[in-house]
Write a protein that binds this ligand. Structure first.
Ligand code: COA
Length: 152
């Protein structure tokens, strides 16, 4: 996924060059869980263990019970509403098990599919940052969405 142009179109992160980079990335995700700094879930179909995508709380701000959610999926699975399903499950876990009070998501304003998923799941657009993200020689805009925990 992380070497696929379609997947990486709006992701300002370096792509793995080889298996070593890929294993280092997986190790980083494992360490994040071990250090209690975040959690990444692999997504699979119920009857097929092959990786189809991942979704994470990758930046925990513990003192504020806040986390940033991020996700990506292999294009073979686009257009079936599966990331929305995963997001709902992960939000439920974040609010009910991890005790989060709020979740944020940062996206490119051009990433229509991602913005639609966020809005459909109740996220509110709270900020638009102009040219705050430098990537491959350009300063890019970002939008910040957030969702508060349901009132008890
Ligand atoms: C973001 C992502 C998970 C969305 O997955 P998906 O399977 O396309 O999601 P959905 O099928 O639920 O589609 C979401 C909506 O966006 C729409 N959409 C998809 N691509 C679009 C595009 N290029 N322009 C406008 N709308 C688009 C879909 O039609 C759908 O709306 P609808 O249900 O009203 O028809 C997937 O595109 C992805 O992995 N992208 C690469 C990684 C990424 O950008 N992650 C997010 C970083 S913030």
């Amino acid at each position: 996924m992380r070497t696929d142009d379609k997947v990486m179109k709006y992701i300002g992160r370096p792509r793995p060059k080889d298996m070593e980079d890929t294993l280092a990335f997986i190790e980083k995700m494992r360490k994040m869980v071990a250090d209690n700094e975040g959690v990444t879930w692999a997504m699979t179909l119920k009857d097929d263990p092959k990786l189809m995508g991942h979704i994470s709380f990758h930046r925990l701000i513990k003192e504020h019970d806040r986390a940033e959610v991020g996700y990506m999926m292999h294009p073979d699975f686009y257009g079936q509403g599966m990331m929305s399903e995963a997001l709902r499950a992960v939000l439920h876990y974040g609010f009910n098990t991890m005790g989060l009070h709020s979740v944020e998501a940062i996206a490119s304003p051009l990433n229509s599919a991602s913005l639609k998923i966020l809005e459909r799941n109740g996220f509110v657009r709270e900020a638009y940052f102009k040219e705050n993200f430098f990537w491959e020689g350009q300063y890019l805009d970002s939008v910040v969405y957030s969702l508060l925990a349901p009132k008890k």
